[in-house]
Design a protein. Structure first.
Length: 719
């Protein structure tokens, strides 16, 4: 499905002009991508080449100053990519199967090269030369491995923080044109985080053994603890390394142990409560141990902080909610409705794929991401459907809703945040974005409640001239279909809907479906996208909608200022403070103060840009217009039984309903054949088995026709 839903026909002259403009924009995007790849490659070469830094010449000279310039250049390129528009990134899908092996290669190859160079290459390392006492082959090997693992940990930490941002302020979301959202970034966030933990642990072990091999336990004590300094000197190396030991202990105990898969699954609430505080302590200790690490952390920290300050999103807001069981559904399904009427002046907008983080007060502080479905026009309600089959938390929610008086409670909400992916990208573009673009078709494969995130955006698709879209929904029972039948895309939207009931209580579905839903309301409605306090909240919400220019300015400005303070501020601030006469003064002046200045620079710039943008909006606002969409009120969910006849196909309000278990490969192959002249995007959302089956089916068809016209995007709903 393309963003061309509802676009007008153009003449031949318009098409030629549009195609020429599209080719220029596509060439510019390709140039930006190539430039970004080259700059990142140069950064990796300077960081990871197995050469002693003291002997580096040529391009790598004065590398500390180059680091800040390179990271700033990458930040500018990312903002430029984000400004080119969603349609320019068509097909820019990151496969986890490809990204994770590349991450492993990036972390493994430099270690092997450094070890080989220290054993069979130059007889020196950055901290050890062959003619120095205690600097044998083992010491040089440990020094080389310790240094390269530290640089790899920097890169891994920077990538991990970049992938941790939520909402439209995230770097990856903007640079990928909206295709990589938080749900898609989380698996890579985990992978890069574990690589950072491995490299940090390797760095600590290598240098503990290095100091031990050079001078025994006395050297280990002097170089790793802030004690035993000689008269007239400060043991600054021992203090800095001791901070590194603290970071390693924080990494080993609360951060990594709580993130182990079996621990996280069994005690998920403990993981949630420990992960963010432990990560903040770890990053702070790493910065105090190795100040240049902030050069790699600043972009991610700026994006993370901006996402938490997003004025269009609810932020840990306590709101009343009610839960309602949907009888007969597989699981059972629970409809959770959150009332945001108590929030002053909610802002509404055209819905898109969005999710909110929800914690239910009676169930503790454990929070979970849930897809926002639909609400009535102008309403302040957020609606979502969850299945009790997913895990312990959803089963507890189902039990709570079934108890007398337990269907109403308070919830803590953060969001909404946008999903990434093809469906969101194709539908959110403008007419100008699609000018000259090739025709595209979209095959959506959804399982169970995995469909809910698509409902708002699909309900608004429509127009006389549109690209084809086929929504295939797999449910276990007929009641599953009935629960959301009146919220599926209406025939007027042009979206073909096919439903497969895989565990029907009979051989076929009843032909009465058409009668049941003839008067069905049109699907879709506005979703609450911004709430806050008074006029300022309205202004902030307006400015955040669609990732407007001010968010990009704030993100880039805070990053550049943070990099400048990190790189050049440290060179001059100690001149004002004076020389350090004690370890305490050294710790405060040479370590804590630079880190605090960087954080203050980031937060100060973000708040300043936000203040200017809000004042600008209030100055040009014309009557406080709010963008809404037209939609009818939702009809009550029906609980009628469908299994009565022996017909194999039933038409329900334009939906094709089958009692069968289809083959995903056949569905993909049929779509490829039917839309042979189109560019086909297959997107899957639901259980991991469905996503994996769709991925394999697309790979088979891509092997038959490797022409780049078939793309896949998929994510497990239980991220």
């Amino acid at each position: 499905m393309a963003a061309g839903f509802g676009r007008r026909r153009r003449g031949a002259g318009d098409n030629m002009e549009g195609e020429a403009c599209h080719r220029k924009r596509r060439g510019a995007v390709r140039c930006l991508r190539v430039t970004t790849a080259l700059v990142f490659t140069y950064l990796c070469a300077g960081e990871l080449l197995p050469l002693p830094r003291s002997s580096a010449k040529g391009l790598l000279r004065d590398w500390a100053a180059q680091q800040a310039v390179i990271v700033a250049t990458l930040s500018v390129l990312a903002i430029l990519l984000a400004s080119t528009g969603c349609s320019q990134h068509a097909g820019f899908f990151v496969r986890l199967r490809t990204a994770e092996p590349l991450l492993a290669a990036l972390n493994g190859a430099p270690l092997a090269a450094a070890a080989a160079a220290s054993l069979w290459g130059s007889r020196r390392s950055d901290n050890c030369q062959d003619d120095e006492p205690g600097c044998g082959s083992v010491s040089m090997l440990l020094d080389a491995v310790g240094l390269i693992s530290a640089r790899l940990a920097r890169l891994d930490l920077g990538v991990c923080l970049l992938l941790a941002g939520r909402g439209e302020s995230a770097w990856v979301f903007g640079a990928s044109g909206g295709e990589l959202g938080y749900s898609e970034a989380i698996p890579l966030h985990r992978a890069s985080g574990w690589w950072c933990a491995r490299q940090s642990a390797l760095h600590s072990i290598a240098y503990l053994l290095f100091y031990l091999s050079r001078g025994g336990t006395s050297s280990l004590w002097l170089d790793c603890f802030p004690f035993g300094s000689t008269p007239g000197s400060l043991n600054t190396l021992g203090l800095v390394n001791f901070i590194g030991i603290v970071a390693a202990l924080v990494l080993l105990l609360p951060l990594t142990l709580s993130a182990l898969p079996h621990v996280r699954k069994k005690w998920y609430q403990a993981f949630q409560r420990l992960h963010l505080p432990a990560a903040m302590v770890f990053v702070s200790c790493c910065a105090l141990h190795d100040l240049p690490i902030l050069l790699f952390a600043v972009p991610g920290l700026a994006g993370w902080y901006l996402g938490r300050q997003d004025g269009s999103a609810l932020r840990n807001k306590v709101l009343p909610a009610k839960a309602r069981l949907l009888p007969g559904t597989s699981g059972t399904w629970v409809e959770l409705t959150i009332d945001a009427a108590t929030v002053p002046k909610p802002i509404t907008r055209v819905p898109r794929e969005e999710w909110v983080s929800v914690s239910v007060a009676p169930l503790g502080t454990e929070s979970h991401p849930l897809s926002v479905t639909v609400s009535a026009t102008g309403s302040t309600e957020l609606s979502m459907i969850v299945s009790s089959n997913i895990g312990n938390w959803t089963r507890a929610l189902c039990s709570l809703a079934s108890t007398p008086g337990g269907d109403r409670f308070d919830v803590q909400v953060s969001g909404p945040y946008p999903y990434g992916g093809g469906c969101c990208c194709w539908l959110s573009g403008s007419e100008q974005d699609t000018h000259g673009r090739e025709e595209t078709a979209l095959l959506l494969l959804a399982g169970g409640t995995g469909i809910t995130g698509w409902l708002p955006v699909l309900a608004q698709a429509g127009g006389a001239h549109r690209d084809p879209c086929h929504l295939v929904w797999f449910v276990q029972k007929e009641a599953d279909y009935l629960a959301l039948a009146n919220r599926l895309p209406a025939p007027s939207t042009g979206v073909k809907v096919t439903v497969f009931v895989t565990k029907a209580d009979g051989s076929a579905l009843s032909g009465k479906l058409g009668k049941l839903f003839v008067g069905r309301a049109r699907g879709g409605a506005a979703v609450v996208s911004g709430v806050g306090n008074g006029e300022t909240a309205q202004a902030r919400a307006h400015l955040h909608q669609g990732g407007n220019w001010w968010m990009k300015v704030a993100l880039l400005a805070s990053t550049l200022v943070g990099l400048a303070v990190t790189s050049w501020g440290w060179t001059y601030h100690h001149r004002i403070w004076g020389s350090s006469t004690t370890l305490a003064k050294f710790f405060v002046a040479q370590r804590c103060l630079p880190v605090v200045l960087v954080f203050l620079a980031i937060t100060g710039v973000l708040r300043a840009v936000s203040w200017v943008a809000v004042r600008h909006y209030n100055a040009v606002r014309t009557g406080g217009h709010q963008e809404t969409v037209d939609a009818s009120d939702l009809q009550p969910l029906r609980q009628d039984s469908l299994i009565e006849g022996a017909e194999g196909l039933a038409e329900a309000g334009g939906h094709h309903v089958h009692a069968a278990r289809p083959d995903v490969s056949t569905l993909v192959r049929t779509a490829v054949t039917e839309w042979a002249t189109h560019r086909l995007v297959v997107e899957a959302r639901g259980p991991p088995s469905l996503v994996e089956a769709a991925r394999k089916a697309v790979e088979v068809e891509q092997a038959k026709c490797p022409c780049g016209r078939l793309k896949f995007h998929g994510s497990d709903w239980r991220w």
